[in-house]
Design a protein around this ligand. Structure first.
Ligand SMILES: NC(=O)c1ccc[n+]([C@@H]2O[C@H](COP(=O)([O-])OP(=O)(O)OC[C@H]3O[C@@H](n4cnc5c(N)ncnc54)[C@H](OP(=O)(O)O)[C@@H]3O)[C@@H](O)[C@H]2O)c1
Length: 277
């Protein structure tokens, strides 16, 4: 049992990871605008406030910080939360000698050179990718870190953000385009949570690509999830192609290192969706 601090416990991923973590660890989780559970382990934290981050880490003395929090809403706030947040968390981890597991993304890559390995240089195309790439750079200032680069996160008990948006738009009769040329290897939130908790207990340091075994287009992925969630209203759904200068096309990650390192399986979408309920 370790003492864990999980930032962004209220995130989509956090809502899978925190309950798993509580089963085997002493946990404090943070939220910003909403606490999904109202449990005594929850603490409100604004990551842009460096003094507050230092104070919470000094008070709770985590052995491991799992830094999930971030924002992809765009604009100044997004960059502040991602970059200042990463810098504040890394500084606090250094001050208390905590191990830091930082969540990053496949869209730090340009989408032209897949499959991407851990050593490949970031080349982000958009604002969110640039902020997450900068956050990686800031986290590397702390020696005992792992940068977990992952892909689209989905779950089986509640639709992920992207799927929820598509379902709402289709339900309202609004046009939705699913891209056939944007390739990703989506990961089941349960697998990613387990992998992060396993990594917390290992000595591995540096970047690790943790994503699902199956590389497929966002269109194929989206259609599989619409089937899973039983969405039949698809009159306004169309398939389309992306603008490769604005959005990375193929960000599939080479996950060989994670598969060799971790005992946690990283199944692909078809395997996860065909699991007996
Ligand atoms: N979802 C994906 O497909 C995906 C793909 C690749 C990588 N990732 C990475 O995985 C991590 C989790 O992603 P997610 O999609 O699950 O996140 P999410 O659902 O968008 O949640 C964002 C989290 O950040 C918190 N937050 C926002 N502003 C904050 C602030 N000023 N101070 C402190 N916390 C703040 C939110 O708290 P409140 O909700 O309480 O406001 C929430 O817990 C992120 O690092 C993300 O980059 C996600």
């Amino acid at each position: 049992m370790s003492r864990l601090l999980i930032t962004g416990g209220s995130s989509y991923l956090g809502q899978h990871l925190v309950p798993q973590a509580l089963a085997g660890h002493e946990v404090v989780y943070t939220y910003f605008s909403h606490d999904p559970w109202g449990w005594p382990q929850g603490r409100r934290l604004d990551l842009r406030d460096g003094v507050a981050v230092q104070a919470l880490v000094a008070e709770t003395r985590p052995e491991i910080i799992l830094h999930l929090a971030g924002s992809n809403r765009g604009g100044v706030v997004m960059a502040e939360v991602i970059c200042q947040g990463a810098a504040h968390v890394a500084r606090a981890a250094t001050a208390t000698q905590a191990r830091l597991i930082h969540l990053s993304t496949d869209v730090i890559f340009d989408g032209q050179h897949a499959p991407y390995r851990e050593e490949d240089p970031p080349a982000p195309l958009h604002e969110y990718g640039r902020a997450k790439a900068e956050a990686e750079r800031l986290v590397q200032a702390h020696a005992n870190h792992v940068i977990v680069r992952t892909s689209l996160v989905y779950g089986l008990t509640r639709p992920d953000h992207g799927t929820a948006w598509v379902m709402a738009a289709l339900g309202a009769g609004q046009p939705v385009t699913l891209f056939t040329d944007e390739l990703r290897n989506p990961i089941w939130a349960d697998s990613l949570s387990r992998a992060c908790l396993e990594l917390a207990g290992l000595d591995y340091r540096g970047v690790l690509h943790v994503a699902g075994a199956q590389c497929l287009s966002r269109a194929a992925f989206g259609l599989k999830l619409l089937d899973y969630w039983g969405v039949t209203a698809r009159a306004t759904l169309q398939l389309g192609r992306t603008d490769p200068t604005r959005r990375p096309q193929n960000c599939c990650l080479d996950t060989g290192r994670a598969q060799r390192l971790l005992q946690t399986p990283l199944p692909g979408v078809d395997e996860v969706l065909s699991r007996p309920g």
